[in-house]
Each structure stands twice: as C-alpha cells, then as structure tokens.
Design a protein around this ligand. Structure first.
Ligand SMILES: [Zn+2]
Length: 428
C-alpha cells in the first residue's frame, strides 16, 4: 500500500446546476490510500494517518489537488495532427482535412507513431481513459490498443466503419466491416483494461447494409461499446432525413439498426427533440458533449439541461481534431460558455462530475472509475494550482474551493498537471 497527501476532491453524484454539497467531497488536507492499482480509501489525512501502518510510503503533494483521472468520451486519435484546421463546417471539414489525414493511416507504422504520441498527450493532460475513433484500417485499432496497453490505461477504441459518401481509399464494405470488427473484438475486448467499440463513423457514411451488419455485431456482443456521431450539423441532419425518409429522426436511424442501446455513445447530439432525448435515456444510450468542436466547427450548442432532465447519461468529449484541445479542463471551460449562452450554469463541481463520474456513467464504467470509492481503479491526476504564474495568482485569490477549482478549470493547461497516475502508478 502507498499513500498520497494533498487536497482531494471527487463527486458522488451529479451536483446539478446548484452544486449540491451532498454530491461531492473535498478534503483540504487529504490522504489517498492506494493498493495494487485500486483505491483503498480517501479522506481527511489526520484521521486516516492514525490507522496507517508506520512503514506506509506517503508521497507529499501538499498544496496540490488530487481528482479522479479525466475521461474523454469522444476523440479521434488519427486527427491529432490536423487539430486547429481553418475555416470549414463539418462536411467540408471532413473532406478537406479529416479524410486526407486518415488516408495516411493505410501505413501501419504511421498509425503506431501517432497512437503513441496521442496516448502521451492524453496523459500529459491528465486524461486516463478515452473512447477513441481509429480510421477505417483495422491496424489503426491495433495501434491505439497497443499504445494504451503499454501504459496500462483503461481505453476503448474501434476501427471505423464507412462504405459510402467518402473517398474510395477509405471504404470498407458491410462484410469486411463485420469480419474485421469481430476479429478486433476477439483480439482486444476485455484484454487487460481495454474495450472494443463498434464504430460506424455516422449514418451518412455507412450504407443501410453496413449499419445492419454493425447492429448484428452489437447484438452478438452486448458488452462491447457502440460509438458514433449524431446530429452534429444541420446540413448533416438534412442529408440524413433525405437518405432515411422512413426514420422519424436521425437517432431513429440508429435505433432501427439496433445501435441504440446501453454502452452506445453518441458524439454531439445537438439537433434533437424531446422524443429523441426520451428514447436515448430509456435505451441507456449516452451523449458526449464536445463544446470546443461544436464551437470551432460552428455546429451548435449542446443542451445539457434538457439532456439531463430527460435522464440521458452525459460526459465530456474533446473531439480532437474537430475539437481544439485534448485538455478536459479546457473542454469544461468551453462547456461553461456554451451553457452560459443558453442561460444555464456549469459550476466547477458539475464540470468535475462531467469530466469524471458522469463520463464513467456514460461509458458504463462507474463501477470501476469516476471517483475514489474504495475498490475503484486508482487512476487519478495531481493538479498544480501553481502550474503557471497566472493560475498561482488567481487561485490564491479564490475564497472557496469551488471558486478555486472554477478558476483552475478556466485557466488550466498541461502545465497544471503535476502528475498522472494509472493503476496506482505515476505514468507522467
Ligand atoms: Zn468526432
């Protein structure tokens, strides 16, 4: 067993817009006890020290803040090198930037190199778990799984399925999509901490036959994830309505093909109605709220209030490369602004929830991740208020822990990540 001494904060449930104090815990002088990759306890240092065996190593991070590892519910590792590409909305952005970049992943060595760099960037930003898109190439999934496995990370990923409305060199077909995904599930799903996600890019780039094949696979493997995009952009939504005239809505397309179920995560979910939200909640689907991407690509504003009121599981996604940062705190800061524009609030405690426990609930991993309940996996981040001069000054001027955390979230970058722990071990 070993211990870390620092301030500690975690969520027990969704704090809501009112930052309900019963839903989160903060220990100003805290102690986190870790054994064999799992949390033993978290609490007040003075109390916990009394029963601690004298020879227990204690790492002193006094003055810093330990929170659970951040979870990114939607990101594309092959788009790492096109982050911040200028001037286009979704469909043009895919054609101008994403598809040409993803074509480079036909080269397996390139896929491995980018996967390594991507995982390093996640950890540098305090992200310990992510739900990740590959490219259409099966070896892109191998590459990201191998990179995550080396670090011992809990990571979910999948090869992209796309067989229409995209460049010819990026197409699979219904049969190969099924066979390759099945082989990848058998190779990777449940291996160590890794999980597989059946990953149709979106209903625009998969034929009905391919969506059907994905649905059959999803029925065959109920414990794998489904990961796709939904209702991101108005032109996209109109095109879906034209292609699938018999579907009530965009979400209904996925439902008809058996892709709306527990462990199905839909990125964006911007242009939806109440019936969609109710259906998503009742089927156990989840939404990835990707504010930097939604603003950058001019897609729209995520309606967190309606989603949560309907009972939809929600976490944050960076959506790099449409998103502009791999930092979950920076993503939460943009989420605050998106909600502000809709006359809603995002207190720091709820931002922390969306970044940790809420995301774990969205991914059906809340029995393993998301807070410091005894027995959960020991993935956590040590945040440094003094990572930059500005964050040091600003957080010193804060009057409460909520103000302090909010300022840190608003201003933080990777300089504020003092250490990232995976499985109880510092990996950065
Ligand atoms: Zn995306």
């Amino acid at each position: 067993m070993h211990a870390l001494r620092a301030s500690i904060m975690h969520c027990l449930a969704d704090p809501g817009e009112g930052s309900d104090p019963a839903t989160w815990e903060y220990f100003d002088d805290g102690l986190l006890l870790v054994d064999g990759g799992h949390i033993v306890n978290a609490g007040d240092a003075t109390t916990l020290m009394r029963d601690l065996p004298a020879d227990t190593p204690v790492r002193d991070f006094t003055g810093k803040l330990i929170v659970p590892g951040f979870i990114d519910c939607h990101v594309h590792f092959p788009q790492l090198d096109i982050i911040g590409s200028y001037g286009a909305q979704l469909l043009d952005w895919l054609n101008q930037y994403a598809f040409p970049e993803e074509a480079k992943f036909a080269d397996a060595a390139h896929a491995r190199e980018v996967a390594q760099a991507f995982v390093d960037e996640l950890l540098a930003n305090g992200t310990t778990t992510a739900l990740v898109f590959g490219t259409v190439h099966a070896h892109s999934a191998d590459a990201i799984f191998e990179a995550a496995e080396q670090k011992g990370m809990r990571l979910i990923a999948g090869k992209v399925l796309m067989d229409t409305n995209c460049p010819k060199d990026l197409r699979d077909d219904p049969e190969s999509a099924y066979a390759e995904s099945k082989a990848l599930i058998e190779r990777w799903h449940g291996k160590g901490r890794l999980g597989y996600a059946i990953t149709p890019r979106f209903a625009l780039t998969s034929s009905p036959e391919q969506l059907g094949a994905a649905g059959r696979l999803a029925a065959e493997y109920p414990d794998v994830w489904v990961h796709t995009h939904l209702a991101e952009n108005m032109d996209e939504v109109e095109e879906i309505a034209r292609l699938f005239p018999d579907s009530r809505s965009y979400l209904d397309v996925y439902e008809q093909f058996g892709l709306l179920r527990e462990r199905a995560v839909f990125a964006h979910c911007l242009h939806m109605d109440d019936a969609d939200r109710a259906s998503m909640a009742s089927h156990g689907g989840a939404a990835a709220f990707c504010p930097t991407s939604n603003l950058f690509l001019g897609s729209g504003l995520f309606d967190l209030a309606s989603m949560r009121a309907a009972g939809v599981r929600c976490g944050l996604g960076t959506d790099v490369g449409g998103g502009t940062s791999l930092s979950i705190p920076r993503t939460a800061s943009e989420a605050y602004k998106v909600l502000h524009l809709q006359e809603h609030a995002l207190p720091a405690t709820r931002a922390l929830y969306l970044a940790t426990l809420g995301a774990a609930e969205a991914l059906y991993l809340d029995d393993k991740l998301g807070n410091f309940a005894p027995g959960k996996e020991a993935d956590f981040v040590v945040l440094d208020y003094a990572g930059s001069n500005l964050t040091r000054r600003r957080t010193a001027a804060a009057r409460t822990i909520e103000e302090k955390l909010f300022a840190l979230i608003t201003l933080a970058d990777d300089r504020n990540i003092a250490a990232t722990y995976v499985n109880g071990e510092a990996v950065r």
